[in-house]
Design a protein around this ligand. Structure first.
Ligand code: NAD
Ligand code: MG
Length: 395
């Protein structure tokens, strides 16, 4: 049996992971689960999976959950906070760790799994955006196996040659083409975007996801974060990464070779496909996803990205070019701005404005230590908070 810890089991990726594992109970054992706020959902998951450990956000919630377990004869041990997350990321009983916490909060626990030499199934793209250099160094130094769950990166990984880490150019790869649907606002008249609501932004045409990544898809910051993610995962130069708008979300990304060949990975848009891929790799197993009906799909369309409509995409490429802590700043400002938008304290179109403002003011440094990255994250959050307050005061 292979032991699996799931960081962020109550989220969209966490739930899809459990759905895949449900079909493979003879092969995998869930050893730990975690939730931030949705303790009821975690409780239900623990009843079903009987993990050794469950982690919640704080000591209070942990005490309540532990009491509930005791009253119902559940033997799962309850831990809390970041210490708890770090503990379940490094458990000797877990060979695999699914990193499915959203945002910068996932960095330290995911890094802990890397340092424990686990197979890390990485959904938490923000961890790489924030600390890509240190993260990839740790993967090498601690002998961890890093497998991308983000559907684009999982597709690229499936299309790359086995020895891609020798260097893309050396192995005949010329470009990585990241596809993106363009989200719910691909064709919305620009004037209407100022008043776009969280519900509209979260109504993705093809994918059902958590709210933060749904807003990132609506601004296409998600594709920008994914370009930075691809840079670190595949050692790709910014010029080697191209974004392709593909509204149907059937081709999940492509790899171009020197001879002009393009290899692509296609499937129905369902995260159980990359999750099953990474759990079974290098083998294959069923994911529970229906086979793709090409006749029903009929056609696949492609467009270049529109940077006027999606200024966040441009900001992300600029941060990638700039290097150092610029990506950490971009990520933190984005998290703060998206959060404010979801709470209806910031208009949709001001998300890009807050990020640009923050990038202009934050200090950019070389990334030499984790503390540098955490300091940049902190500074960017401060600047972004202040900008949002100033904008609210003006409005
Ligand atoms: P979600 O909001 O549905 O779930 C997030 C999970 O993280 C929940 O279990 C929540 O309890 C936990 N969490 C949130 N804040 C936390 C904190 N401060 N400390 C500890 N735990 C916390 O998000 P999601 O859609 O499942 O996305 C998770 C990650 O996967 C994100 O980084 C996202 O970009 C990435 N991703 C998601 C999808 C998708 O289809 N949902 C696709 C590709 C990549
Ligand atoms: Mg993606």
């Amino acid at each position: 049996m292979i032991g699996v810890s799931i960081l962020g089991s109550t989220g969209s990726i966490g739930v899809s992971t459990l759905a895949v594992l449900q079909q493979q109970r003879q092969q995998f054992q869930v050893v730990a689960l975690s939730a931030h706020h949705r303790v009821d959902k975690l409780y239900q998951q623990c009843l079903e999976w009987a993990p050794l450990y469950a982690v919640v956000g704080n000591a209070n919630a942990a005490q309540q959950l532990a009491d509930r377990f005791r009253a119902n004869g559940v033997s799962t041990q309850v831990l809390s906070g970041e210490d708890g997350l770090r503990q379940i990321a490094a458990l000797p009983q877990a060979q695999y760790v699914m990193a499915a916490i959203v945002g910068a909060a996932g960095l330290l626990p995911t890094l802990e799994a890397v340092r424990a030499g686990k197979r890390v199934l990485l959904a938490n793209k923000e961890a790489l955006v924030l600390a890509g250099r240190l993260f990839m160094e740790a993967v090498r130094n601690y002998g961890a196996t890093l497998l991308p769950i983000d559907s684009e990166h999982n597709a690229v990984f499936q299309c790359l040659p086995k020895n891609y880490s020798d260097g893309l150019a050396q192995t005949g790869v010329t470009r990585i083409l990241l596809t993106g649907s363009g989200g719910p606002f691909r064709e919305t008249p620009l004037a209407q975007l100022t008043t776009a609501s969280p519900e509209q932004a979260c109504a993705h045409p093809n994918w059902s996801m958590g709210r933060k990544i749904s807003v990132d898809s609506a601004t296409m910051m998600n594709k920008g974060l994914e370009a930075i993610e691809a840079h670190w995962l595949f050692n790709a130069e910014p010029e080697q990464i191209q974004v392709v708008v593909h509204p149907q979300s059937i081709i999940h990304s492509l790899v171009e070779y020197a001879d002009g060949s393009l290899l692509a990975q296609l499937s129905n848009p369902d995260m159980r496909v990359p999750i099953a891929h990474a759990l079974a790799w290098p083998k294959r197993m069923t994911s529970g996803v229906a086979s793709l009906d090409l006749f029903q799909i009929g056609r696949l369309d492609f467009q270049p990205p529109d940077y006027t409509r999606f200024p966040c995409l441009k900001l992300a490429f600029a941060a990638l070019q700039r290097g150092g802590t610029a990506a950490a700043t971009l990520n933190a400002a984005n998290e703060v701005a998206v959060h404010a938008f979801l709470e209806e304290r910031l208009p949709f179109t001001a998300i890009a404005e807050v990020i640009e403002h923050t990038l202009e003011r934050a200090t950019v440094q070389e990334v030499t230590a984790l503390q540098t990255v955490l300091d940049s994250d902190h500074q960017a959050r401060q600047i972004a908070f202040e900008r949002i307050s100033a904008l609210a005061a003006e409005a």
